[in-house]
Design a protein around this ligand. Sequence first.
Ligand code: PLP
Length: 357
Amino acid sequence: MTAPRLEIDLDKIRHNSRTLVERLAGQGVSVTGVTKASLGSPEIAGAMIQSGVRALGDSRIENIEAMRRAQVAGPMILIRSPMLSQVPRVVASADISFNTELDVIEKLSSDARLQDRNHGIVLMVELGDLREGILPSNLEETVRQILRLPNIVLTGIGTNLACRSGVSPDAKNMSELSALTDSLESTFGLPIGMVSGGNSANLDWALSSAATGRINNLRLGEAIFLGRETLHRRPISGLHTDAVTIVAETIESKIKPSQPWGDIAQAAFESAPSATLDRGDISQAILALGRQEIDPLGLFPPPGVEILGASSDHLIVDPGPHQLRIGAEIAFQVNYSSLIRAMSSTFVTKEFLTQVD
Ligand SMILES: *Cc1c(COP(=O)(O)O)cnc(C)c1O
């Protein structure tokens, strides 16, 4: 088999997804399966749909188009504000998009009219993380503006926390979203269908005994792929943390000094390589895997193997007491940063360990 390759266990992904769907259903919360880490892979999207997610969400219209072409079933939501330049494609392929700008929603309206479709809008509200969102004080006015636009349906409101600034979802900001929902409903006399409280960082909050109020949806990516909540990256009980691994191949294996020699200046990716302890001669192996395929800080080697360094196309490891033979493969677990880079790299093949039935 060729390397480097991502090995993706669809049964484990299905299990993670189904477990989260079932636990959250007990709290009255549905799941939007977020596919962006997998570039809209139809295998992974299919596994999510089979496990009961209500809809699929992706930040890139290209991925939604790919899932449509592969005839993945289910509602599709663009979970990033559409680029004005892509609005016609968004109307054609996504049922719903997340929005914060009236200019974009007006264009969605006119293109939806041209295409003789309706387009759903989820208005994102800023609750402190300072990424996307309309300030709460401007929400009512924005709703007033969009209710007069033809071919636009106000599907819901949502918020996103813990992405830019690490602001934790908690009883306070989540009840603010609930209160905004109530207030919009009473002001405009219409039901707000979807109240989307956040991402994998909301799981601690949602699965604790706390009442979830009006929040009836979460958008989950990382927790499904990697089995962890994202505030502390703790494993979620009952979920697999090894559904995805990356396998790399050994191209050099030698005994070398642990210390470099010569006049030390900048290395390729570090302005000042940190000094390492002199351990005398060690076995050092090079794997054909680099920063163009992974984030070296987001690779977790098997026990006994230590990562010593990485450049754009070489990963240097100390394999421990045993020397690696040329051609030997090593499998690493990945964090989200390595996962998205590997998925996006054309040098990494994607192997599905089980097929969608
Ligand atoms: C990526 C993203 C998600 C999913 O986040 P995870 O941490 O992977 O669960 C949810 N909502 C928005 C708006 C996103 O961009």
